[in-house]
Design a protein around this ligand. Sequence first.
Ligand code: ZN
Length: 237
Amino acid sequence: MFYGSFSLWLLLALPGLLLGLWAQMKVKRAFGKYSKVRNTRGLTGAQVARLILDHYGLRHVSIEETQGMLTDHYDPRAKVLRLSPAVGRAPTIAAVGVAAHEAGHALQDADGYAPLKLRSAIVPAVQFGSWLGPLIIMAGFFLMALTGAADLGYTVAWFGLILFALTAVFAIITLPVEFNASARAKKELVALGILSSQEMKGVNETLNAAALTYVAAAIAAIGQVLYYVFLLSGRRR
Ligand SMILES: [Zn+2]
């Protein structure tokens, strides 16, 4: 069904995938490097997150531990900031940077930051579209191969593609959400006197590498959607 389109897939999907791998390597390297450097005030990630949250009166946002490596996240529904042991318990520059970033998401939630609201709102549709979209596209191609059902198949395939395109929309909305959370983190770490400007270099390196992974994910998602667009456009008779 998709024979002969492998080079097209490579052209559209590979740049995002390669950039993503490179960015993930950069994150691991920066996080590893600054996980070995203690911050001067000896504050753990959890302590710093608490400081930032309390500074904005967000005492109702709790901090919990979660397992894994770089699994840190903020849960807007439960109002819980979950930090991995290497972040929550560690008094390092890397830990403080990641914890402040996650606290930044809690500040966005408290502010009613529009891109975060929009992203949360489309999550169910995105989850649905990411697996159902490709199946409907396949069904459309199958119908197109049948005599007499070509037009119906074409319409069905486009419908599936629109569903699947939600994954790219999600990846694009994620960009302002992540960039803004990092910007808030950098600002608070300086404003609250948590890190020195020298120490901020490590935070910047870590958070900027993390931002690049989201850029890569968006490029990969757009490439994947464009792949289907080209494939379908080429089928019009
Ligand atoms: Zn984030």
